[in-house]
Design a protein around this ligand. Sequence first.
Ligand code: B12
Ligand code: SF4
Ligand code: SF4
Length: 317
Amino acid sequence: MVLDTQQVKNKARDLGFHKVGVARADALGKDITSLQRWLSLGYAADMDWMHDSRRQDVQAVLPGTRSVVVVALHYNTPQPEPEPGTARISRYAQGRDYHKVMGKPLRELAHWLDAQQPGNRSRAYVDTGPIQEKAWAQAAGLGWIGKNACLITLEYGSWVFLGEVLTTIELETDIPHPNHCGTCTRCLKSCPTDAIVEPAHIDARLCLAYHTIENRAETLPSTIAHGQNNWVVGCDVCQSCCPFNQRSERWQKFTDIADLTPRPFWQNPQLTKLASLDDATFELWTRGSAIRRVRAQGLRRNSTTALTSLREQNWAE
Ligand code: B12
Ligand code: SF4
Ligand code: SF4
């Protein structure tokens, strides 16, 4: 039986994904060069796992892969106006951990694919393997990698998580998505720490998202603290300013995935509260949440640094 790509897409949509596309396993040829360049310039900071050589060859992840099925899940939710003294938590982290939300249906898609053709092998990933997810999403026609280095869709802007199934089945493929950024440079100008060092390239050493989530040092660099503006988990500045996200906001496009509804204590919590949050409360509040990656110590560090910057700014005024 020949598997029709439309059947795969229908299955992915039935499983709740908002967008789905397919790329040929050899579709990324030239993107690998820019990954190597990004790594050699030190833009990965201390994220050593980014150097995994399998990242440059999907065949090393699943030998015999013929097609990459890429899915996107819309995660935007209404955001209350921040009040004075409150911490900013990125939208991606306010609800249930996306690895958990997407992992189960993606594995189901992989099992379903395997059941369609005996002898076939399929594997599911959502930021859980050495795979260039944005580049695959662009190749599979879901959207384009914007100058802010995020994958942007016409329907939901960049408020989408990505995941994929590598499969040995040969499927009809989609056309790579054209880039719609044009002459716009809003994100480049908006980044508070000048971390978008060239269009679509983030130097993680300068990025608030890296420092608030991945950096395990005891203190944050002063340049980062100065641009922090109350961000304590990730940063959404280069996305909120994007016209494609503002358009989806105007259309009141919000996710229909109940699990992604923000947990009340992560929407605008007081900085002072987070700066002294005890380990037990952190454990409780981060059950099933992506914020657990920040660790209790990291959250206290980020909140204390933000509070110090706030006080310094108030004294200077
Ligand atoms: C490392 C990483 C980070 C790092 C580095 C960010 C970065 N942009 O590279 C840090 C910690 C800073 C980070 C931050 C964030 N991250 Co992150 N991160 C990743 C991760 C694990 C790898 C990304 C990567 O490979 N970067 C290295 C660069 C070199 O690769 P790349 O950006 O894909 O670059 C390719 C393209 O630029 C392409 N290319 C270059 N030039 C050209 C030209 C053309 C014509 C074409 C076609 C391609 C092309 O070639 C490059 C190499 O393949 C992915 C998950 C994954 N496995 O892919 C999530 C991921 C990118 N992150 C995600 C999210 C949500 C975020 C944050 C929004 C979280 C937050 N709110 O704080 C921020 C966004 C910051 C930003 N503006 O990018 C989502 C993004 C979803 C989306 N819509 O894009 C991902 C995909 C996770 C997921 N499964 O959903 N992240
Ligand atoms: S996430 Fe924030 S700090 Fe990082 S590139 Fe975007 S605007 Fe700059
Ligand atoms: S703000 Fe403008 S340049 Fe940046 S990603 Fe959005 S459309 Fe592209």
